[in-house]
Design a protein. Structure first.
Length: 256
């Protein structure tokens, strides 16, 4: 018995391959690039100011940085919007620029270079121990809600900044003469470096290479976890979720 045309049509439609759907490529907003470059430029200005301020308080920069970091973490933990996530991360980077080196400068000014050396080692030991405890606590909190450790961390940073405003005194502030001498030294060094770069163009290539090398780890830092999940994956072991696995990996790496 010959097949009817309707039956042939249904058979052909059954085995017909569906057209491949085009993947939607998500692009970053146009303002994201200028925002990142602007924060980088502002960070450079703050670093230079932090280095040249000589006669200004170092603990003030530490308070400010901790407060900005705290707000950045809270913004990151409260939203799922890319726009606000970018703002939160930019605030974190800006706050870290204030904090970077401020605690070391304050401690060195207060106790002197010789007395500060064993304190640096001791503080690093406390830092690693606290980081290990923090990994365990963060895994426990993130198992309840993924954003919970981020929010608690932000509140902790901001609270620490407020507490240090009253507890962190500065009794040995450098004199204005020291600050002026340091600024003259940096100015002369900068002018000498510019003359050398103009005279030897290969130095400009070296500087560009150094800038690209410094920026290259950012992609790895931001996307390494995603690449690990998509490219390698996590082994099935009981009911351990991804948060627990990353906590185990970070803890083992810290101990080693």
């Amino acid at each position: 018995m010959p097949e009817s045309r309707a039956r042939k049509k249904r058979t052909a439609q059954r085995y017909q391959l569906e057209p491949q759907r085009k993947k939607q490529v998500k692009t970053s907003p146009r303002w994201y690039g200028p925002l990142v470059l602007g924060v980088i430029g502002l960070g450079v200005v703050i670093v230079v100011w932090n280095y040249l301020r000589g006669d200004f308080a170092t603990n003030g920069a530490l308070w400010t940085g901790l407060g900005i970091i705290g707000v950045g973490f809270v913004v990151t933990g409260l939203t799922e919007s890319f726009t606000w996530l970018a703002v939160g991360q930019a605030m974190w980077g800006l706050g870290f620029t204030f904090v970077s080196g401020a605690d070391v400068a304050w401690l060195t000014d207060e106790v002197g270079e010789e007395a500060a050396r064993p304190l640096y080692l001791r503080s690093e030991q406390f830092f690693n121990g606290g980081a290990l405890v923090g990994i365990v606590a963060s895994v426990a909190l993130a198992s309840v809600a993924l954003r919970l450790p981020i929010l608690i961390c932000g509140v902790g940073y901001a609270s620490l900044g407020v507490a240090l405003m009253f507890l962190m005194t500065e009794s040995r502030r450098p004199s204005r003469e020291v600050g002026a001498k340091l600024r003259r030294s940096v100015r002369d060094t900068f002018r000498s470096a510019v003359r050398q770069v103009r005279a030897h163009h290969v130095l400009l290539l070296i500087l560009a290479t150094a800038v690209l090398h410094g920026a290259s780890p950012e992609g790895w830092d931001r996307l390494s976890d995603l690449q690990f999940l998509q490219g390698i994956g996590l082994p099935p072991l009981g009911d351990l979720n991804r948060v627990v696995w990353f906590g185990i990996l970070d803890g083992v790496a810290l101990v080693l």
